[in-house]
Write a protein that binds this ligand. Structure first.
Ligand SMILES: [Ca+2]
Ligand SMILES: [Ca+2]
Length: 713
């Protein structure tokens, strides 16, 4: 320590003494230009990549314009600065990045290794955004470099500031929520408090229950034929080892003469994911519903279980009681869970709900035929009524093309997926209830290049598939014709493929993910437009209607980590916007999740696996995946209620109309239109301020009540 301090003081002396907090950096605002025409105090790599620009600066008058030269991988502006060892610092910089890429605010150590960084993720920043990096130096650090790193073709930087603040903490910064209620003697004795939440209303890892939480009965609502996920929380008052839980039928009753028949109930443990705040600090958040293996819980932490129930179709009793048995070391307790079963029938969804799913992302051993059949069942059990079908059935022959229904020609014969052709895959989907006759199936064929999906080589192939589909009872096929025609060369490819393959087959319906530019250029060549959520507003809805196109919506940025997003987009918003389809990228698109030696599952850091984790025990849901089903149930309740109130003037119908008006007020058609195109969208973006899990559950509860009345059962 003594040595380190000595070095630190020496370096500081060389640099001209410790700077005052606000002036740690030399010209962080880029106001001064040296004789070389470059900003003073800054080093640049590669050389000559920068200039100083004037006007529209977030700090002062000028800003730094970094332009990546031909052949360079990145640009970096950096400045050396003396620091104290083992001390907290706050670093800020404004960034504007007109083109999508990765950007990062970095603190490098003396050897230019990364000490701490705040990456933006893949981002386009059309307006200035302030990046913040709060970090701590190590015992060995006396000089660091503040770095502005960009992989994109250009980056605009300004207002770089750094100051010492030893209150900066790193590591697990999960916030504690609530002043914890005073535990009772019983709770103190067993070491934990127990509380319940609304369906899918998961809380943070350090949520402390209030007395109200602990006293409110743990209750869920689930009509016959539906699912519900009821949250049971355990707040540890001391370190707990090996907490285990089981769910069972509780043979009691709230009312009625007979004990009701059992329902399906499954207990899952909520695994926390880690959201990196920067490279030194993170927060935990509820992410995966894991098998309930025993787990240790630190004092002050909250462990959550999800009781996933399904009520049989013909269930005629108004309730079912369950018990969750909890064990921790010597302590045991049993918690009662009430499942209310309103006697309502919700209409089937009249829009297409689907996940983008390609087995090419799965490790081969997780893509066997039985596993893929299980994924189809899992999608159907989460409310989906369709799925994307990525497969290549078009085989080149001597002088032409032929359809091969029994092989996926994307894979070599040595890969097990090669022998799962279109026929087998659609049969799996049909068996799971994912591919009915009324909802279309999106066919993404081919894969000659990244954006070549749907580029059949021959019109005969399309005709043959449509003929076979009719014979085999397939759903109507939607032919995906190239991906995202948002650049001139892709637009040209669409036009060529259309002329070659589809122009003379008007009955073949075509689809792609498309934006304003694509619609302008080739929108008329498609039957279904799948627009990104942020592109959808009243104008686009009206345009689609005017031009006789079906409008679907999709998102590709959420990853199952924000259940309120998933529920809202599939529920209130889909109903309000009146879109004919809602898709999400992706069911699975990354390898992740490792198994620990004791047979338990651990959530990986910085999870990137999207909505489902494959495992030997079957698909593992994210909380967002669970919430999509609830959103679709909201959607179905809204449509059911809308149908029931039509043409009725009684008091129940008036109540129903008031609920529909409430739903409309929560969900604006353009709720996503001002969404940022960067990391804030994933974590911080408030798409609809009133669409909390609680608000959506309360609304649904009231809707079910009115539906029950109107259906008169
Ligand atoms: Ca400036
Ligand atoms: Ca439900």
């Amino acid at each position: 320590m003594r040595v380190t301090l000595f070095v630190a003081l020496t370096v500081a002396a060389c640099l001209g003494a410790w700077a005052q907090p606000a002036e740690t950096l030399t010209d962080g605002s880029f106001e001064a230009v040296g004789e070389d025409g470059l900003p003073e105090g800054w080093r640049l790599t590669p050389e000559g990549a920068a200039s100083i620009q004037s006007g529209d600066a977030p700090a002062g008058e000028r800003w730094l314009h970094m332009v990546k030269p031909e052949g360079a991988s990145h640009t970096l502006a950096y400045q050396r600065v003396a620091v104290k060892p083992d001390t907290g610092y706050r670093l800020r910089a404004w960034l504007r990045a007109p083109q999508a890429s990765y950007y990062s605010l970095v603190a490098y150590d003396a050897r230019m290794n990364t000490l701490a960084s705040k990456p933006t993720g893949w981002a386009v920043l059309e307006d200035w955004v302030e990046l913040a990096l709060d970090f701590r130096t190590r015992e060995t650090d006396s000089v660091i470099s503040v770095g502005l790193l960009a992989y994109g073709p250009e980056a605009h930087w300004d207002g770089v500031r750094m100051w010492e603040d030893d209150s900066v903490r790193i590591g697990d910064l999960t916030p504690a929520v609530n002043e914890r209620a005073e535990p009772t003697a019983v709770e103190r004795e067993r070491g934990f408090m127990v509380f319940g939440r609304k369906a899918n209303d998961f809380v943070g890892a350090r949520y402390a229950p209030t007395r109200w939480d602990c006293h409110t009965p743990i209750r869920g609502v689930c009509p016959p034929g539906e699912f519900e996920t009821i949250v049971v929380g355990i707040h540890a008052l001391r370190d707990l080892a090996g907490v285990r839980a089981e769910v069972r039928m509780f043979e009691g009753r709230l009312s009625g003469p007979a004990t009701p028949p059992p329902i399906d109930a499954e207990l899952l443990r909520v695994g926390y994911g880690r959201q990196a705040l920067n490279s030194q600090a993170w927060v935990r958040y509820p992410l995966l519903l894991l098998p309930p293996h025993g787990v240790d819980v630190a004092a002050g932490d909250t462990l959550q279980y999800a009781v996933r129930v399904r009520v049989p179709d013909d269930y005629a009793h108004p309730h079912r009681l369950l018990a969750v048995d909890l064990r921790s070391e010597g302590a045991r307790t049993s918690i009662q869970v009430i499942v209310d079963v309103p006697r309502v029938r919700l209409d089937r969804a009249d829009a297409t709900f689907f996940m983008y799913y390609s087995d090419s992302y799965l490790p081969e051993e997780m893509a066997t035929a039985p596993m893929q059949a299980a994924y189809c069942r899992d999608m159907a059990a989460h409310g989906m009524n369709s799925v994307s079908l990525y497969v290549m059935p078009e085989r080149a022959t001597d002088g032409g093309y032929a359809i091969d229904l029994h092989h996926d020609l994307r894979y070599p014969a040595s890969d097990a997926r090669h022998s799962l052709g279109m026929a087998e895959r659609i049969a799996q989907m049909q068996a799971a209830g994912l591919a009915g006759r009324e909802r279309p199936l999106i066919l993404l064929s081919g894969g000659g290049g990244l954006y070549d999906w749907g580029a059949f080589r021959d019109p005969g192939s399309v005709r043959e598939l449509m003929r076979l589909g009719g014979t085999l009872g397939w759903p109507p096929l939607l032919f995906y014709m190239h991906d995202e025609p948002n650049l001139p060369e892709r637009v040209e490819a669409v036009r060529r493929t259309y002329e070659r393959v589809y122009a003379d087959i008007p009955e073949a319906r075509t689809v792609t993910a498309i934006g304003d530019y694509g619609i302008e250029q080739v929108g008329d060549l498609y039957d279904v437009w799948i627009a990104g959520l942020s592109a959808i507003d009243q104008e686009l809805i009206e345009r689609a209607e005017r031009e006789g196109k079906e409008l679907w919506a999709y998102d590709c940025r959420q990853r199952g980590q924000r259940p309120e997003f998933d529920r809202f987009v599939c529920g209130l918003w889909a109903w309000r916007a009146g879109v004919s389809g809602v898709g999400q990228w992706a069911y699975y698109a990354e390898e992740a999740l490792g198994r620990t030696g004791d047979g338990g599952w651990e959530v990986p850091q910085d999870f990137d696996g999207w909505y489902m984790m494959p495992s030997e025990d079957g698909p593992i849901a994210t909380v967002g995946w669970e919430a999509r089903r609830e959103g679709i149930e909201d959607y179905r309740a809204l449509c059911t209620l809308e149908g029931l109130v039509a043409g009725r003037a009684d008091e129940a119908a008036a109540r129903g109309r008031a609920l529909l008006a409430r739903a409309r007020a929560i969900a604006a058609v353009d709720a996503f239109a001002d969404g940022p195109r960067d990391w804030r969208y994933v974590w911080e973006y408030q798409f609809a301020p009133d669409a909390s899990a609680r608000a959506m559950s309360d609304l649904r509860l009231e809707m079910l009540d009115v539906i029950e009345q109107l259906q008169g059962r």
